[in-house]
Design a protein around this ligand. Structure first.
Ligand code: AMP
Ligand code: FE
Ligand code: FE
Ligand code: ZN
Length: 289
């Protein structure tokens, strides 16, 4: 078993990279990828822990990208998430991540102002205190503070009522285009995979159009084996990947206490991403461009 999608306290997870590695070992994972949002800061610690524990480690991150190809479906400025694997420090994509994190800061300040304008008294300082790192602060941290102050009962409720796309405190942040992301990833020697494809909110036909396009610009895979997907959904995404000669990847999307129902490796209980997925990714990574 492997897990190619996990978050630590270097983004919007609650556990240290070391703890995520320990949980992976305990769950029976042979390899783990750390995929914090927009940062590689947790990678050195995770690499050391994985080596000490004797499990394989893949350095990665998760980034948002825009979907201009779907403009003809009039879906607005929707964005999707990509998982980047085999990404190291001091590469062109790593350098770009610092600009992306600055966009996060501006967006978070706007969202706090919007919440305040609706009478929700959370301060920017509260939210930074929750995350511990201004540049790696995300909406789950804002949601956690709203919950602590009694404005909502749960993190999903904060998204549904206030923080989700189109909700009253939502503010947009600029993301990389898919083209720029794949170009920078290629220059950095890394692979790009579409994360949780069913989260984008597309119909089956729209998703096929998107996957066709992403494969044509250099995406290597899509995340078929995802914690919250049913066996049928996982099968159908694996078939979609195969249709475009892409790798069907998988991971839990572990966030610790920010998504308490998800465990490293096993997801909500039934996730079991086979080691063969890693072999396929390594083969693509070794392929000359
Ligand atoms: P951000 O990157 O700051 O825009 O926050 C996005 C993160 O919020 C995602 O990666 C998820 O971890 C989390 N998230 C997004 N939508 C929801 C939701 N409806 N309920 C709970 N968590 C969510
Ligand atoms: Fe997240
Ligand atoms: Fe995501
Ligand atoms: Zn994630």
């Amino acid at each position: 078993m492997i897990d190619l999608h996990t978050h630590s306290l270097f983004s919007d997870g609650s556990e240290s990279p070391t703890r995520v590695c320990e949980l992976a070992l305990r769950a029976g994972c042979s390899t783990l990828a750390l995929s914090d949002h927009d940062t590689l800061d947790g990678i050195p610690e995770a690499r050391v822990a994985a080596e000490r524990l004797g499990i394989g480690f893949i350095p990665g991150c998760e980034v948002s990208f825009t979907l201009p190809v779907l403009a003809r479906y009039a879906v607005g400025h929707r964005s999707a998430h990509a998982l980047v694997y085999f990404l190291d420090h001091h590469t062109p994509l790593d350098a770009e991540l610092s600009t992306v994190r600055q966009g996060r800061v501006a967006r978070n300040i706007s969202m706090v102002e919007l919440l305040n304008s609706h009478g929700i008294e959370v301060s920017y300082a509260d939210i930074i205190a929750e995350s511990g790192n201004e540049e790696s602060t995300g909406r789950p941290h804002i949601a956690a503070v709203m919950m602590q102050k009694g404005y909502v009962q749960s993190i999903p409720e904060a998204f549904d009522k206030w923080l989700g796309y189109g909700r009253p405190a939502y503010a947009h942040r600029t993301s990389l285009t898919a083209e720029r992301l794949t170009k920078l990833a290629a220059e950095s020697g890394s692979l790009v995979v579409l994360a949780h494809p069913l989260r984008i909110g597309l119909t089956k036909d729209e998703l096929a159009v998107l996957v066709d396009y992403l494969s044509s610009i250099g995406f290597t895979g899509l995340e078929a084996y995802y914690s919250t997907y049913t066996p049928d959904e996982r099968d159908s995404l694996a078939k979609l990947a195969a249709n475009y000669d892409m790798v069907a990847t998988g991971g839990s999307d572990f966030h610790g206490t920010y998504k308490p129902e998800i465990s490293v490796g096993t997801g909500t209980g039934d996730l079991d991403v086979p080691d063969s997925v890693l072999e396929q990714l390594v083969a693509r990574h070794d392929q000359p461009a």
